[in-house]
Design a protein around this ligand. Structure first.
Ligand code: F6P
Length: 525
């Protein structure tokens, strides 16, 4: 059965939120903390190694009450059950949505089209495990019988952003294999990568769910041509040793020349942007080892369990999604910024952009009618503290209201305490500065104290910070494969909840097609 079709603006809770918004839109968060000294504790959610403080938001108990009512009126519980049970909730593509099955650690069955998909998933996981071990141990060798030193992931969109982000984020856990990513159809991209590689010791992983994507096939063909160039003394049969593929389109992969044994299957119930848990994550497993890959899946599974079984008021993805809807649909904020205080997470924002914007960038509801309200937010971001010397000026003093997700880790991986203390001081300082701002009086006093009294008249207005800017603070014990898995699953489910409430289909992406068609027309001109 499909998701219910409920226009959020026609619900009672939406009406309540609208009139409530008029009353509290200018409310100062500071006053909420003054009135309730336990606000921070009350509005903090704990889950395994995560502590999520959402107290610095422009919300009251009443706001949360109505938002939770909105979740109930949107029949979110029913939607979550359908999502995990494999109902055809991707209606426009007539598919179930089961990336959660890929990390399922229960012995339960998950039925799609009348049969249990768990045996197939487990078989593929076993294949990933065996292959990873053989490559890492140097038993699976290249065409000239040398062990691999380099892995090249060839893919784009979900077949690139997820693996790339995770490999980069978990670099600390990597083995001796060096990983590279070719995605862009820009030929300079592939040329730059190839010039550093030795074909004898490089394993190419072509990742394409459809195996029809122009960028990926063009890059794969270019690489194949390079690999077969006379200087390397290679022939077509050597492709079986140095190329593997991940795809649903077995016939097309075979016709590229890849040996059947080297094909890792995936399924059409896994969306591209949700596919890193499948064999699309092969490069992740190769880079950090299968044990770490399993632990990454386990983290996501634990978040799935939390999402499935926790009441909405304590449910992290639900609360985050509802707060985001509150800003997007009532405060009319257009974007959200995600700022991890870890250089390892530099690729998190581009990954979340595809996850959220390709899923919820829709303007037609589940009735096929144009929506009369805002849907998907613009997601952007980069790492702290770098961003403080770049775009944070606009978040602090610009004209736009931009809710922030700050993500930080209690422990650093190499244990450099001096750096970590400074990093975390900045992490806390940013959310505090956004929250508290700096009043005219404070600026005045400050300038006087610093001996700048003569400049007060002309500088004062420029030094004032309005404050009252919302943020969530995610404090995670340590950047581990498990915690990263949970973090990604958390954002996946947040995206899902938003799509349910906005009454849109989050799992298709027809909006990317027109550009592809037109590019082909330009090519043939
Ligand atoms: O063009 C968008 C898209 O379909 C994404 O959804 C997907 O992740 C990407 O292209 C790559 O697709 P494929 O894995 O089929 O090559």
């Amino acid at each position: 059965m499909s998701l219910k079709n409920i226009n959020p603006t026609k619900t009672n809770s939406w009406d309540k939120l609208e009139s409530h918004f008029k009353k509290i839109k200018d409310l100062e968060m500071k006053s909420l903390f003054q009135k309730d000294h336990s606000r921070k504790e009350k509005l903090t959610l704990n889950f395994d190694d995560f502590s999520i403080d959402y107290s610095k938001n422009r919300i009251t108990d009443e706001t949360l009450k109505y938002l939770l009512e909105l979740a109930n009126e949107s029949e979110l519980k029913d939607a979550i059950d359908k999502y995990f049970n494999g109902d055809i909730i991707n209606v426009t593509e007539n598919r179930a949505v089961l990336h959660t099955a890929l990390r399922n650690q229960d012995s339960n069955t998950i039925i799609v089209g009348g049969s249990d998909i768990m045996p197939e998933i487990n078989q593929t996981l076993l294949k990933i495990e065996n292959f990873t071990n053989e490559v890492v141990d140097g038993k699976f060798k290249g065409y000239s019988n040398k062990a691999f030193t380099d892995i090249v992931n060839i893919g784009i969109g979900g077949s690139d952003l997820g693996p790339r982000m995770v490999v980069e984020s978990l670099k600390y856990y990597k083995n001796h294999l060096n990983t590279h990513f070719v995605s862009n159809i820009d030929g300079d991209h592939v040329s730059e990568i190839l010039k550093t590689l030795n074909p004898e010791t490089t394993l190419f992983v072509i990742v394409s769910k459809t195996f029809t994507t122009q960028e990926t096939l063009t890059n794969a063909e270019t690489i194949k041509k390079w690999f077969l160039s006379p200087e390397f003394d290679t022939s077509e049969k050597d492709i079986a040793s140095n190329f593997v593929a991940v795809s649903t389109n077995i016939e097309k992969v075979k016709s590229f020349g890849i040996a059947e044994d080297n094909i890792f299957t995936m399924w059409n119930w896994v969306g591209g942007r949700y596919s890193l848990w499948s064999a699309v994550g092969l490069t992740i497993s190769l880079s950090i080892g299968y044990k770490n890959f399993k632990s990454f899946l386990k983290g996501a599974f634990d978040m799935d369990e939390h999402f499935k079984y926790t009441s909405f008021d304590k449910n992290i993805p639900v609360v985050l999604a509802l707060i985001s809807i509150w800003y997007n649909n009532f405060f009319n904020t257009e974007s959200e910024v995600v700022i991890p205080y870890s250089q390892y997470l530099e690729k998190l924002a581009p990954f979340l952009q595809q996850l959220s914007m390709e899923s919820n960038g829709k303007s037609v509801d589940r009735n096929g009618k144009k929506v009369s309200y805002q849907t998907g937010n613009i997601i952007w971001g980069n790492t702290g503290s770098n961003v403080q010397h770049a775009f944070m000026q606009l978040v602090h003093q610009g004209t736009k209201l931009i809710p922030v997700d700050f993500i930080g880790f209690e422990e650093s991986l190499y244990g450099n305490m001096d750096h970590h203390q400074k990093l975390m001081a900045n992490f806390y300082a940013q959310s505090e500065a956004l929250f508290s701002g700096k009043t005219e009086e404070e600026v005045h006093l400050n300038m006087k104290f610093q001996g700048d009294a003569n400049k007060i008249n002309h500088l004062l207005p420029f030094k004032v910070f309005e404050g009252n800017k919302p943020s969530n603070t995610f404090l995670i014990k340590k950047l581990t494969p498990k915690n990263l898995g949970a973090l990604i699953a958390m954002y996946e489910h947040k995206t899902f909840v938003q799509g349910v409430v906005w009454n849109i289909y989050s799992f298709d992406q027809f909006g990317v097609e027109l550009g592809k068609e037109l590019a082909n027309q330009f090519l043939t001109k």
